[in-house]
Design a protein around this ligand. Structure first.
Ligand code: SAH
Length: 357
């Protein structure tokens, strides 16, 4: 994939790669750290702004390298304050990110792939197909762009890797991005404020556990039994639900927190009391909390949201079994920015139901 200028991008390079850049220009090694701070801590948009580098070095850098974030082609504002960003990448692929303001914090939801190969039956990203893995600069550039445009407020940033794609199918790029995000000399997002959501790609999950600094973990469960999960999520054939939970239980959560088990509630399909009781049995002995996500509907998704009564009853059964449970409130539904509503093509999709207040 050629950049418009044909030059490689400095943004997205890790310390090792920046060391090679400065060595290639015949510069001392400490220059790599200076450039790193400009890229990820101060997040300047041009090499010219890297004022502690000699002018000659800045010129040499700018001659050989780009400094680019992905191009924003559309911002859609929800009436609840959520903003959905559409980025167009060099090869024409489009990806989405979401800015979600809340009372005491704000959250950025980022994508790791253009589209998604997993084909979960209820998710619009899977329904619209898979294009490719994102590069580290394309992942980090989403965060940099949203942070740069957000109002200057003293609210902590949360980042959730819950946008388009399966992060653990793009392990190499995702982990480079995670390191820069959590680095106190980089974006400085606290590990406990960064959450990676995955269906449970086991080999990659094992690798992530070996990282010296790890984000929070959310596991996309969505069904209490293998038989039902297989119908909803083809990946179940490859990575068994029990094995995924066993691996998640060994995952070292920052500050002794608990794994989140995400469960999309599909009306009449997986939201009945029998499912709740089966989920209690599945999670017996596990240390974790359950986040119920009422389906965010779209015309292409062949499921209906759960009734409010079904949600209440499901919660009650889990709570009675002493499982910590929360219900995710949809954000940005009116602009198709809510979970599972991010998808490859622009436009076309009619606006669904208004946001619950
Ligand atoms: N591939 C990863 C990262 C994407 S996370 C994963 O699956 O975990 C996206 C989250 O939104 C997941 O929990 C996903 O299951 C959920 N989701 C997908 N489609 C949805 C929909 N239509 N309504 C509500 N949540 C949905």
């Amino acid at each position: 994939m050629e950049s418009p200028s044909g030059k490689p991008n400095l943004f997205g390079l890790d310390r090792a790669a920046l060391s090679q850049v400065v060595a290639g220009l015949g510069e001392p090694a400490y220059r790599a750290e200076q450039i790193y701070l400009w890229l990820y801590r101060r997040r300047v948009r041009t090499v010219a702004e890297m004022t502690d580098l000699a002018k000659g070095l800045r010129e040499a850098l700018a001659a050989a390298y780009d400094l680019r974030w992905p191009e924003v082609v559309e911002r859609r504002h929800s009436r609840d304050g959520t903003v959905k960003y559409l980025f167009r990448l060099d090869d024409g692929a489009t990806i989405e990110s979401v800015y979600i303001p809340e009372d005491r914090r704000r959250t950025i939801c980022i994508s790791t792939q253009a589209g998604c190969p997993l084909k979960c039956a209820f998710c619009l990203t899977g329904i619209s197909g898979y294009k490719r893995n994102l590069k580290p600069w394309e992942i980090l550039g989403q965060v940099a762009t949203v942070m740069a445009e957000a109002p200057p407020e003293p609210k902590a940033w949360n980042v959730v890797v819950m946008g388009m794609g399966e992060p653990l199918l793009n392990y190499e790029s995702t982990v480079i991005a995670l390191r820069a995000l959590m680095d106190p000399d980089g974006f400085a997002v606290a590990p406990k404020k960064l959450t990676l959501s995955t269906v449970g790609i086991l080999p990659a999950l094992e690798k992530l556990m070996q990282e010296p600094v790890r984000p929070n973990l959310a596991i996309s469960l969505h069904a209490p039994t293998k038989a039902l999960r297989r119908e909803l999520m083809p990946i179940e054939e490859r990575y068994d639900i029990q094995d995924v939970i066993a691996a998640a239980q060994r995952y070292p959560i920052p500050h002794g927190g608990a794994v989140t088990y995400e469960y999309v509630l599909l009306g009449g399909v997986n939201d009945q009391p029998t499912h709740a009781r089966a989920l209690v049995r599945l999670l017996a002995g596990a240390h974790g909390k359950v986040n119920l996500i009422p389906l965010n509907p779209a015309p292409e998704i062949p499921f209906a949201p759960p009734s409010p009564e079904a949600i209440d009853e499901f919660c009650r059964i889990l709570s009675e079994a002493r499982i910590t449970v929360s219900v995710r409130r949809p954000r940005g539904q009116d602009i198709l920015a809510a979970c599972g509503q991010l998808h490859l093509k622009r436009g076309e999709v009619p606006v669904p139901a208004p946001v619950a207040s």
